[in-house]
Ligand binder design. Sequence first.
Ligand SMILES: [Zn+2]
Length: 317
Amino acid sequence: NIWMNILSYSLVTLMCHLLNVYGLIQHFHLDMVKLLRFLGMVQDDYHSHNPYHNALHAADVTQAMYCYLKESKLAELLSPTDVFLGLLAAAAHDVDHPGVNQPFLIKTGHHLASLYQNTSVLESHHWRSTVGMLRESGLLSHLPLCMRQDIEQQLGSLILATDISRQNEFLSTFREHLNHQSLDLHQAPHRHFILQIALKCADVCNPCREWNLSRQWSERVCEEFYRQGDIEKKFALEVSPLCNQQEDSVPSIQIGFISHIVEPLFEEWCRFTEPSPLSHTMMDLLQQNKTCWMGHAHLKEEEVDGGGENRGPVANP
Ligand SMILES: [Zn+2]
């Protein structure tokens, strides 16, 4: 499928470009052949048939991460290792995603669920896969062992932070830091925490993009949920929350996602990056998109009630 090849190559192209503009290829003395081999492996390990969790999502998150790392609060304090880790984690954070969620893997007795003892199953797998590819490609083999180990560990801590079930833990720590103005970005652990938050923001930033893009991501993620729901129905398993196409509409899923996950996180990110034109633009778009989905949900209700004609642009083309 040529189109998917182009889409997935965008991850390799984007990463090469970003590592180059930051001078990281030179800084870490990276071998271009090994780098391309590694990035090619990452790209190929994304499943191109997943509607959402494919290499294009990885490229999207990487692009967002780059923008967040450029925030004036951060940019000058980040070390080359911080930037390298941030971009690498973004590019690889969902690698080999099976297109179903953790509860599905647990209830179907998937080997990954037992391997990672039902905890951060997917995120652990994304991380360990990335480490495997780093080692296999030999990308960092010229660096001292302690530095390689440190990179692998930090990569794990970043990717594991994308586990949405740990959202409240991160959000309250972030809020606490902002309330007490206790973040000191001259300290490496504090910069690492902000990298975790930035990656979490990048991972859920779809509703902060312009409606036309935002809507397509929303439809894609719901399509992936519905596919899981269809498999669950087929095997007479209980249908997971948000995965029932008959009951969980795209607008209702999006309104819940925005209100409970995206909005609270970006409110704090906006506070942290203040003054940031980008954060303000994102908050504006977030509100506009939420309003749009509310309008669509309302239309859907009218349709269900039989009161409205089929005029909502809710259905996929
Ligand atoms: Zn993701």
